[in-house]
Design a protein around this ligand. Structure first.
Ligand SMILES: Nc1ncnc2c1ncn2[C@@H]1O[C@H](COP(=O)(O)OP(=O)(O)OP(=O)(O)O)[C@@H](O)[C@H]1O
Length: 255
């Protein structure tokens, strides 16, 4: 049985149709990258998968169960969402931002216990940001914030991580480090789904790539099958795209 299945999903914001009769199944394990131009519906699709938005047609299932019937707390124990990095209005300590991931497990009156704090420490360590624990979230860099949000998702205890443009706004080094973390999570048997504007990132870490164009799937398959110069040119409406091979692998170049 698929971990998440989208069956004949349609969604619109007011009159704008954004997702059109889309079918997609996500299995347990591995990394799926979602590629698509601005406005193609990637974030909307993630929110439908998470049960944050509900489709106007079709059904979203989590482990075979209609996601609308799964209470929010229970969904949060199974699926963790890492939204695009944002600036928190309040200067919570990094530790507290990550601890908030324990909310779906918190006891009576939302109190956190010693186990919640231990899992928070563990998540901070896993993302390599224990040294930031006491710093205000408003006073750390974009890359550090991204790591903090992933740590919060790990503390949440869900085995499925859904990340919206996790490399957005990161410098080259931090992008590579973040992709390495995603690969490490895959080794630890997490299931990861992420959106990206970088076909090369999809190629580097994903086992499967879904290309979304105007709310419909253009291609779905392994990176070798999907992230080809011809498909990338079609996806982004470019005249041409070429592939460069070097010792570290290949990368695409679209003039
Ligand atoms: N809350 C909203 N209300 C109305 N329209 C929306 C809303 N959110 C998104 N849209 C519209 O739906 C379409 C799809 O948006 P979505 O954010 O899913 O695309 P995306 O592929 O994630 O884009 P990007 O790559 O720019 O982040 C866009 O045309 C957008 O303007």
């Amino acid at each position: 049985m698929a971990l998440i299945s989208l069956e004949n999903i349609s969604f619109r914001y007011r009159r704008q149709q954004v997702i059109q009769q889309l079918d997609l199944e996500l299995d347990d394990g591995g990394v799926l990258a979602l590629l698509g131009p601005n406005g193609s519906g990637k974030t909307t699709l993630l929110k439908l998968m998470l049960g944050i938005l509900h489709p106007h047609g079709g059904t979203v299932r989590l482990d075979g169960q209609d996601i609308r019937r799964i209470p929010a707390k229970e969904r949060a124990r199974r699926l963790a969402y890492v939204p695009q990095v944002h600036r928190e209005a309040f200067g919570y300590r990094v530790f507290d931002v990550v601890l908030m991931g324990r909310m779906p497990h918190a006891g009576f009156l939302g109190r956190y216990g010693a186990e919640d704090r231990r899992l928070t420490d563990e998540a901070l360590e896993r993302m390599g940001i224990s040294h930031l624990s006491e710093r205000p979230y408003t006073e750390i860099s974009g890359g550090e914030r991204q790591m903090t949000l992933i740590a919060r998702a790990l503390a949440q205890g869900a085995r499925v991580l859904v990340l919206d443009e996790p490399t957005n706004g990161l410098d080259y080094g931090n992008q590579q480090r973040l992709l390495d973390r995603l690969m490490a999570l895959k080794q630890d048997h997490y299931t990861c789904l992420f959106t990206t504007h970088h076909p090369d990132h999809a190629r580097r870490v994903a086992d499967r790539v879904v290309m979304l164009q105007q709310g419909a799937i253009l291609r779905d398959g392994s990176p070798a099958e999907t992230v080809t110069p011809a498909n990338v040119a079609t996806l982004y409406g470019l005249e041409s795209c070429t592939e460069h091979h070097h010792t570290q692998g290949e990368h695409l170049c679209c003039p």
